[in-house]
Design a protein around this ligand. Structure first.
Ligand SMILES: Cc1cc2nc3c(=O)[nH]c(=O)nc-3n(C[C@H](O)[C@H](O)[C@H](O)COP(=O)(O)O)c2cc1C
Length: 185
């Protein structure tokens, strides 16, 4: 069984990105599972807090990443870049630096996102690339998924209602999991 950890970068109850992640859990290929993790409870990064020890919520998320074959980042876009709350989470997960290799090194990430705008998080997804490179991940580029005009893609309860997007998401996940099944380089 291939285990993927999915992290939505939004805290909003009605988040399109969390809805997208929920939809993805139901569209995983056979012999693969997608566990949903949350950024809720991760404090603002503060070196003085770190000096007292890594917060439990951070350690818990780090160990969930280590236990997964791959990590799916589901990112909103704020001001054409990564939302601060999501970047803050990854910044915490990269502490202490001596642990970066264990948590991120060679780990197989993929990035998707949803936005009510016309460009579907393309610039936010691009902004993640330098972060992924810096942390030494092996990010999958075999597919792209940018959900534009998300308001028409999900219903009021956050259920994916667009059949074309659903098929695109299914194909993205199939490609990503096929990548996760190949031996690590
Ligand atoms: C501070 C801020 C900046 C935003 N900037 C962008 C942007 O650059 N591009 C975009 O497509 N949407 C932008 N949005 C709209 C978000 O895509 C929208 O709020 C979306 O619903 C956030 O994701 P969520 O539904 O998962 O919470 C912005 C929203 C906020 C709050």
């Amino acid at each position: 069984m291939i285990k993927v950890l999915g992290i939505s970068g939004s805290l909003r109850r009605g988040s399109y990105n969390t809805a997208l992640l929920r939809a993805a859990t139901k569209l995983m290929p056979e012999d693969a599972s997608l566990e949903v993790a949350s950024i809720r409870g991760i404090p603002l990064y503060d070196g003085d807090v770190e000096a007292q020890g890594i917060p439990a919520a951070v350690t818990q998320l780090k160990e969930a990443i280590v236990a997964a074959a791959g990590v799916l980042l589901v990112t909103p876009e704020y001001n054409n870049s990564i939302p601060g709350v999501f970047k803050n989470t990854i910044d915490w997960l990269s502490r202490p630096p001596a642990d970066i290799r264990r948590v991120f090194g060679g780990r197989r990430f993929a990035i998707i996102g949803a936005s009510p705008g016309a460009w579907g998080t393309v610039l936010s997804q691009n902004a993640w690339l330098s972060v992924m490179r810096t942390l030494g991940t092996q990010t999958w580029f075999g597919g792209r998924l940018m959900i534009a005009r998300a308001g028409g893609v999900f219903d009021e309860s956050g259920t994916l209602k667009d059949a074309t997007v659903e098929e695109h998401l299914r194909q993205f996940l199939a490609g990503y999991v096929a990548f996760l099944r190949t031996p690590a380089t």
